[in-house]
Design a protein around this ligand. Structure first.
Ligand SMILES: Nc1nc2c(ncn2[C@@H]2O[C@H](COP(=O)(O)OP(=O)(O)OP(=O)(O)O)[C@@H](O)[C@H]2O)c(=O)[nH]1
Ligand SMILES: [Mg+2]
Length: 184
């Protein structure tokens, strides 16, 4: 029997750790479209995603999470729409050491939720760096009470797996609620 495939979007501001998460979480070789960064982004890092990242997490014999990473820069937002098609859930990452990243999180979160209404979860990166905002502080700044916000080091597969599986539970819960409310 073919495994069930669940498509998960990974979004969030530049340098939040989206490509890093997919690289470490994927059980298969990743597809990456990182190119030399220009302008302001080159001050943060050498390369930035211009189209997408793709990887696969094998959760069980009958379940695969297909991970699609978005570019963080707004100028590539046409890819946000393309990658959203058929997605079942959304992971938003944010760099907790950057005020700009935390401010941009709200914009990106709303962009995807308004278009897709997908179950979502926020992963707060760089908790190992002194002075980083805590998940509780990020949740307060984001001020969208219905979304879980948790710490995640995307360089650690186990951390990212907890985030992805927490989202998968939300997806299942959403499906159950839909079935219960279905009178037809
Ligand atoms: N110390 C530390 N470094 C982190 C953490 N999360 C991410 N990083 C680093 O931050 C950088 C993030 O780079 P990417 O993964 O390319 O970021 P991105 O979100 O894909 O960015 P764009 O594609 O430009 O939108 C990498 O160098 C990571 O190693 C963390 O929790 N702690
Ligand atoms: Mg990237």
């Amino acid at each position: 029997m073919a495994a069930e495939i669940v498509k998960i979007l990974i979004a969030g501001p530049v340098n939040a750790g989206k490509s890093t998460l997919i690289r470490h979480l994927s059980d298969t070789e990743v597809v990456s479209t990182d190119k030399a960064a220009l302008d302001d982004v080159s001050r943060l890092k050498a390369q930035t995603t211009v189209a997408m990242d793709h990887g696969i997490l094998h959760v069980a014999d009958d379940l695969e999470l297909h991970l699609y990473g978005t570019p963080g820069q707004r100028r590539f937002s046409f890819m946000w729409d393309v990658l959203s098609v058929g997605a079942a859930g959304l992971i938003c990452l944010v760099d907790a050491t950057s005020e700009e990243s935390i401010a941009e999180l709200g914009y990106i979160y709303d962009y995807f939720r308004k278009k897709t209404k997908l179950p979502a979860i926020v992963g707060v990166t760089r908790q190992d760096v002194a002075g980083a905002a805590t998940p509780a502080e990020v949740a307060e700044r984001l001020n969208r009470p219905d979304v879980p916000v948790m710490a995640c080091d995307p360089r650690r597969k186990e951390d990212s797996k907890v985030l992805a599986l927490s989202l998968f539970e939300l997806i299942l819960k959403g499906q159950e609620e839909l079935e219960e409310s279905d009178f037809f």
